[in-house]
Design a protein around this ligand. Sequence first.
Ligand code: PLP
Length: 417
Amino acid sequence: MSAAPLLEDGPGLDDLLAGRLPDERGRFGPFGGRYVPETLVPALDRLEAGVKRYLHDEGFRGCLAAELRDWVGRETPLTPAPGLGRAWGAEVWLKREDLAHTGAHKINNALGQAMLAKALGAKRIVAETGAGQHGVASAAACARVGLPCIVYMGAIDCERQSPNVDRMRRLGAEVVPVTSGDQTLRAAIDEALRDWVSDPEGTYYLLGSAVGPHPYPYLVREFHRVIGDEARKQILERAGALPDMVAACVGGGSNAIGLFHGFLGDPDVAILGFEAGGHGAELGDNSATINFGRPGVLHGSYSLLLHDEHGQVQETHSVSAGLDYPGVGPEHAFLHTVGRVRYEWISDTDALAALDECCSLEGILPALETAHAFAGARRWAAEHPGGRILIGLSGRGDKDMPTLAKFPPGVREGDAE
Ligand SMILES: *Cc1c(COP(=O)(O)O)cnc(C)c1O
């Protein structure tokens, strides 16, 4: 387990539920805050003022709700999954973010922030992307609100994810390959921050997960909260009761935090987050930050982190590009430390098997990221016969076809070259 600091006299779950967290310094207990160079502080202050002004403003909320309905396609359905239910001896429900525009939950945040940028008078938007999903969502949202979009993407990722580069350019975005640092997501975030600092008034930085300096983890969570709010209402209508367990995959943690917020205040609902266990428990073999990480600072926020004893951030591995990140959002570190959410890890092999099972029993191809939540839910079901399970189906797997080509149905990881 991680050596998270104990919250002896610190805030607890009650403070979170009552809206007292993040506190005025942007902290969830010891986690979060702003660990940034002086040059970034004015830009973050401006953003925070904008968030206070617009996020709960009635006019802004109304416009956002209309766009979520008309352009994103919300609300997304809650789908019963009787095939998986029979196979697992459980009652299974799926919250279908894969049916949102551009194929995943990421559009909720991208659209919300693009609309906020417009309201704040920004002239251009910068974003980072790893696998390209957030870049595609940002490019689409910027086209919709009518702002130019510049996406920083590691040169290695551009190579690996060339169809998404084409999609972004087709949607009108400028994609800038980043050749510094590790040439992947970490370097892309650094480059996007650098761009933002050079013009904090005219430029808006559209961050893609519930990570980064305050107010991003809070802002991103608020835009994804719609997932949990809808799911709670839908399952009460359809099943007549709350779920016994709620499951989501956790990379930076944005789809999970949005879903979890619908149920954090229901003590009888077990909440589980599933991280990418990759090849196993060794440092470097996985991206399971809460399971194997230790406290540290990455991208402006104090949270749990995969780094060695010298503080060197580690290379990570996951078969799913969207979970392949050495950090995790500070609110998840908090929920782990206060014990409200249990975080477990799932191997590449188990995720692939779960993906195939969902395809064959439900006729739904989930993203490889999402498959981690299915594998975790299956394991929980084996220990809780007859349980009612709600799974956050964060995105569709069409984007994963090049990766999946290496793993034909029935052939498991150890068999592929
Ligand atoms: C990006 C992505 C994730 C991981 O990001 P979070 O911020 O942890 O939600 C999960 N599922 C899908 C489909 C994604 O595209």
